[in-house]
Design a protein around this ligand. Structure first.
Ligand SMILES: *Cc1c(COP(=O)(O)O)cnc(C)c1O
Length: 418
């Protein structure tokens, strides 16, 4: 059967969706919105009833190139016919090519591939611990992270995540983490002083350049520059979680470019494969200290995921997409700011970088982010909350001027009437 026929069949198939049957057999780990999506094209999505939506969620800041992008279709179909998985027992040419692109386009010298953001952070945590034991000579290493951060859902990464709501029912957590307020240099200095005692010592500081899930909070440039010099003086590793903000979403390829500092280790996932699962942990040469057998992933960096991620990287470059992120981001932010000025009784603040933006609702009103997200969904605009009071705007990076204007129209109408 030809690929054209397969694509035609996929577009024709409209399966009736049975929510009750779904809920019977799928664990209820997610609070799902009551629509089922079955088709996408660019920044548009369709549900099983045929209703169209403008997608400002992008699979949670993941579908960099939107849906059904020709470059993705080509990479997927070509690679699956050639070779898709062989394990890391053998050399994988596509993995080398992707690592080369990442090294050429970042401050990193070495890359480890896995399948998700949490796994990339796990790899960074393990690397930092080995570095503490073998280089810094710390017996009981501590990794400092920030309040309101988000680093994933595995045991180590919910421990790293400075939000008690993700930890409550899962004690005992992983030892070796402590928390500081974000963007507060005095707090970090105090914590380092207090924690360096006996066998204990701070081995690494793990932070998002912009806190995504925790409320779209950009990092403060002076704070990060001071942190960099503290780390340079003490040997503490500076680790950035770029899982959400990296790969062009910020209007620069990496969020750290906004802060004028380079991390020693950083992680990527969400946008890297444009929606095909892949994660990466990247490091400078001096912390490339893993030896064969010390860390691994069966799927990590397989030919399929790497070929698709390479197509994402090449398309970002070829189509000047990061420039689009910059201009569309400005357009979106100034539009949201105008709405915020008009409805100051409801909206407290608009903030963000590039195409990761948050609109914070006034704290003293009943209206929550989820109310607004539901109302916008009814009007055909998909949005996602970042905490209880912040609505997050993370469209595909290929979003057009007209689509931003349409989203602004809908959001203004929703805010005016809610
Ligand atoms: C989403 C996210 C993660 C977790 O990624 P998964 O792929 O869901 O494991 C980690 N860190 C940040 C900053 C994220 O936004």
């Amino acid at each position: 059967m030809s690929i054209e026929t397969l694509v035609q069949q996929a577009n024709q198939a409209s399966t009736p969706f049975n929510k009750a049957s779904f809920d019977q057999v799928v664990m209820s780990t997610y609070g799902r919105f009551p629509i089922a999506l079955e088709k996408g094209d660019g920044c548009l999505l369709w549900d099983t009833e045929g209703k169209q939506y403008l997608d400002f969620v992008a699979g949670i800041a993941t579908c960099t190139l939107g849906h059904a992008h020709p470059a993705l279709i080509e990479a997927v179909t070509q690679q699956i016919q050639k070779i898709h998985h062989i394990s890391n027992l053998y050399y994988i040419p596509e993995q080398g090519e992707l690592a080369r692109w990442l090294v050429d386009n970042s401050c990193a010298d070495r890359v480890f591939f896995c399948n998700s953001g949490a796994e990339a952070n796990e790899a960074a945590i393990k690397l930092a611990r080995k570095y503490a034991h073998t280089v810094l000579d710390i017996d009981k290493p501590i990794i400092l992270t920030a309040n309101a951060s988000f680093h994933g859902r595995t045991l180590a990464t919910i421990t790293a995540t400075g939000q008690p709501k993700y930890q409550t029912n899962f004690y005992p957590l992983v030892p070796g983490f402590d928390y500081v307020p974000y963007n507060d240099i005095d707090a970090v200095e105090a914590a380092i002083g207090e924690l360096d005692e006996g066998d204990y010592g701070v081995a690494a500081i793990l932070l998002e350049p912009l806190q995504g899930e925790g409320g779209v909070r950009p990092g403060d440039i002076k704070y990060f520059q001071k942190l960099r010099s503290i780390c340079d003086e003490t040997g503490i590793l500076l680790i950035f979680d770029e899982v959400q903000v990296g790969m062009g979403r910020s209007g620069k390829l990496w969020g750290y470019e906004y802060l004028g500092v380079e991390p020693d280790i950083f992680t990527s996932a969400k946008g890297l494969g444009g929606g095909i699962p892949i994660g990466a942990m990247m490091a400078k040469k001096f912390c490339d200290i893993f030896e064969p057998g010390e860390h691994a992933s069966t799927f990590g960096g397989n030919p399929f995921a790497c070929a698709v991620a390479l197509a994402v990287c090449h398309t970002l470059e070829k189509d000047n997409i990061i420039q689009n992120v910059h201009y569309r981001g400005q357009q979106l932010r100034s539009g949201l700011q105008a709405i915020a000025a008009k409805y100051g009784d409801r909206i407290a603040e608009v903030r963000g970088w590039g195409l990761i933006n948050g609109m914070e609702l006034q704290p003293d009103i009943e209206l929550t982010a989820i109310d607004l997200v539901k109302a916008a969904m009814n009007e055909g605009l998909l949005l996602v909350p970042a905490g209880t009071k912040v609505v997050r705007f993370v469209p595909p990076l290929i979003v057009t001027e007209a689509q931003i204007n349409r989203a602004l129209e809908i959001i203004e109408q929703v805010i005016a009437t809610i």
